[in-house]
Ligand binder design. Sequence first.
Ligand code: PLP
Length: 363
Amino acid sequence: MKFNEALKEIKIYEAGKPIELVVREFGIKPENVVKLASNENPKGCSPKVATAIATNAHKAFLYPDDSMYELKDALASKFSVSSDNIIIGAGSDQVLEFVSRALLMPDDKVLMSQVTFAMYEIYAKQMGAKIIRTASYEHKVAEFIEAYKEHKPKIVYLCTPNNPTGDATKKEDVFKIIEAMDKDTLVVLDGAYMEYAAAKDQDYAITPNDLIAYSNVIYLGTFSKAYGLGGMRVGYGIGDISFISELYKVRPPFNITTLSLVAAIEACKNEVFVEESITLHTEQIGRYEQFAKENNFTYIESYTNFITYLFNKNIDSTKLSDALLKEGVIIRNLASYKMNAVRITIGTKEQNDRLFEVMRKVL
Ligand SMILES: *Cc1c(COP(=O)(O)O)cnc(C)c1O
């Protein structure tokens, strides 16, 4: 069978390893597996959201409200924008897909940092687009502007805070990059971890409302990280009304489930849960910085719910990740990003205790 030529260029996305795999392969009880690989919320989800899902379980036979009126309304008031500025996706991942399909044609170019979220590349390549990367994993203003002038990309991806590195870009620098682009280039501001950056340092806090005046910028947010709803698959894009309305042409109907909709609406009413999650995170991340210092390796200053450890030749990230896996601790090896590094989601106190214990053992 002859497939779309564009698929030849695509490497399948490597997701964080699931708990089920460790149970199957190493015979470890599920309750003893510590998963710190996918940046899920270690507190789980809000109990109020869990109750709402359970209470509405009997509605599973109904298609969801395709207008998603209530969720868009909740997001509109949260961010001081209009419901018409918003599109909902099955994760912000799906909004990335909409953007790619709406804009890209074969041989168009897209620009992103050296090491960033893998799905930008995959969705762009599906459309036959060419990938341009800056030299650094950080979003450096000069590098972005230079590459922009040279390549005139159709889409520029700014992931701040950045995954899988954890660093963030200052708001003033994001604006410098946006201002340097002309209106035919779309800037995607992926704020999947923005809640964490905003809590740490206001110089890095960017809201959809800050960007709404730009007709060529879309802000992406998600319920998967700080809101603890990775399994429900709900994300959103916020941008100029005429741009967002074009995206609706590539959105399939009923693209999130009835229960996902219930969960996201309830989550919006329960911001206290997000604050508690961030408090836990802030209490725990210092332990990871300390651990790195004690063990003579470095880390990237994190504005996210994870930390990226960088190793020299003495430690091999693949061997380390495999050894931890056998002990029932799942972390994310970054060898596939050509980095001798690992990304670890900051867990609960007990999960972090276990990670340090096992890491001391295998190091
Ligand atoms: C997790 C993540 C997303 C989207 O996750 P969804 O679960 O699809 O909403 C988007 N961008 C980055 C950088 C992420 O880490």
